[in-house]
Design a binder for this molecule. Structure first.
Ligand code: MG
Ligand code: MG
Length: 277
């Protein structure tokens, strides 16, 4: 294990991760504003790219071998890793956008899900919004768990418990998980979205994790489409994906990819995020 980089960052390294987190948040905010029927996911990709470049960053997704785009855009039965394309968004679509910025050698990574408004199909919209809401709530449950956890495995326990408590019978993807983040977008350790026997590494200052529950309305069985990227449900049911990059530091936790550090999302848990100084 000689030369293996520690999973724990120094205070200076944590500070270096603030800006890429904020650029990532801004790119996703700009994309979110543009989502409407008739807009293509390629147009959304261009919006994210423009924001990241204008702030002096670069898309870390474009640094992934074989991937040319700035965002992943996963529509309906696609859960993650969807490739932006020319298909116009339709009313009622459920869409997950995942993106990250690299800035001065450090990375952010975040994702959200939205349902395109459809006044003609309120029941479809409500069902899809429920899936997104339960997924988002499970992300915040996982982040809240991190604030008090002794080991990383407690995050997945909290995420699974949160999803189960919805009573909806949703599936949690098993083959795709969260990760450490820093100099590289994907670093050790894995962050599971479900209970595992091995609780994994200790939670202590310097840990930065991308926590990202991927939840589906039916069976968690997925396959990779012929484009070699898009991960879709076998049963054709909808998927949702929410993600934040979160730092543990001496003063507490801070959600790097939320402009408020996670204050709003953590408030129901009585947790106040603490700025990295
Ligand atoms: Mg991501
Ligand atoms: Mg990620």
């Amino acid at each position: 294990m000689i030369g293996r980089r520690s999973i724990y960052k120094s205070p200076a390294q944590l500070r270096a991760m603030i800006e890429p987190g904020l650029i990532t948040a801004e790119a996703l905010r700009a994309v979110r504003e543009r989502i409407a029927p008739g807009v293509t996911t390629l147009e959304l990709d261009a919006v994210a790219d423009e924001v990241i470049r204008s702030r002096g960053g670069e898309s870390n997704f474009q640094l992934v071998r074989g991937y040319r785009h700035t965002v992943c855009a996963s529509v309906n039965a696609a859960v993650v890793h969807g490739i932006p394309d020319e298909r116009p968004l339709e009313p009622g679509d459920i869409l997950s956008i995942d993106a990250g910025a690299q800035f001065r050698g450090w990375n952010g990574d975040s994702a959200f899900t939205v349902v395109v408004p459809d006044p003609d199909r309120p029941e479809l919209v409500a069902a899809r919004q429920r899936l997104s809401d339960v997924t988002e709530q499970s992300l915040w449950a996982g982040i809240a768990a991190l604030a008090h956890a002794r080991h990383i495995g407690e995050i997945g326990d909290a995420i699974q418990t949160s999803i189960e408590s919805s009573g909806e019978g949703y599936g949690i993807l098993r083959d795709y998980v969260g990760h450490g983040i820093g100099r590289k977008m994907h670093e050790a350790p894995s962050v599971f979205n479900y209970r595992v026997a091995d609780l994994g590494p200790e939670v202590k200052p310097g840990l930065v994790l991308a926590i990202e529950p991927m939840v589906v309305a039916g069976s968690e069985e997925t396959f990779t489409e012929d484009d070699d990227w898009t991960v879709s449900t076998v049963d054709g049911t909808d998927g949702s994906h929410w993600e934040h990059s979160v730092a543990v530091h001496d003063g507490g936790i801070w959600v790097l990819t939320a402009p408020d550090g996670g204050a709003a999302g953590l408030a129901p848990y009585g947790i106040v995020p603490t700025e990295i100084v």
